[in-house]
Write a protein that binds this ligand. Sequence first.
Ligand SMILES: Cc1cc2nc3c(=O)[nH]c(=O)nc-3n(C[C@H](O)[C@H](O)[C@H](O)COP(=O)(O)OP(=O)(O)OC[C@H]3O[C@@H](n4cnc5c(N)ncnc54)[C@H](O)[C@@H]3O)c2cc1C
Length: 217
Amino acid sequence: MDTQVVSLDPAAKTMEVRSQAGGDGETLAYDYLVLAPGAVTQPERIPGLADFGLDISSRDDALLLKSRLGAITEGSVVVAVASVPYKCPPAPFEYACLTDHILRQRGVRDAISVTVVCNVKFPMGSPVVESALLGVLAERGVKYIPFFEIDSVAADEHGRPVVQGHTPEEASKPLPADLLLFTGLQRAPQFIFDAGLTNPKGFVPVDLLTNRCVKAE
Ligand SMILES: Cc1cc2nc3c(=O)[nH]c(=O)nc-3n(C[C@H](O)[C@H](O)[C@H](O)COP(=O)(O)OP(=O)(O)OC[C@H]3O[C@@H](n4cnc5c(N)ncnc54)[C@H](O)[C@@H]3O)c2cc1C
């Protein structure tokens, strides 16, 4: 259970594993390999994001978010889809609605804006789903900004975090974000990348009928 795959050689059909407790590694040979290591998030791809943002796919950050949402009394909450594809397309909208709900319960919603930004027009589903979800956000007073690319995140002169971004219409669009949640910037883990199994987006291309990794054939 505590064993990590540290490298993979698809041509030789071997993998090196090592106990997280330390000690020597071991080479395992395989005839068939089922790979399911999930995706890793790389916030460092946007300057400042790791310093100011909370990753909604991270358990540790979810716990931090709980305490930050319980403490914020004014300002702005931004939920950002930094890139697509990402784990769980509805999650940013769920987080925005939960944020709205918690802030209303605490009686501070009027003093805090909630905004969802996304680097594409809409990250999931059909136009019907898009229209329904945008309606849900509008009902709750949550603003949605499509085609918002995040360039960096930094503190202003008062120490307030500001997301610096741009849209097709505005070359510079700063968004204050007293609380910044984000998703996206994900790709396959390093050992998959090192094994040469990824496409330019950092994911593993598969045959959609069999789920076989086409780069390992
Ligand atoms: C906030 C959020 C909400 C979601 N809600 C839903 C939902 O409601 N419904 C739904 O269907 N899906 C939901 N998802 C998506 C769902 O969680 C993922 O699709 C699913 O967890 C992917 O499973 P997986 O096994 O491929 O990867 P993971 O669950 O990420 O598991 C990968 C495992 O591989 C291990 N691993 C990685 N690298 C190595 C290595 N080198 N050596 C050994 N082990 C390694 C990891 O430690 C991890 O245990 C949600 C995701 C998020 C982030």
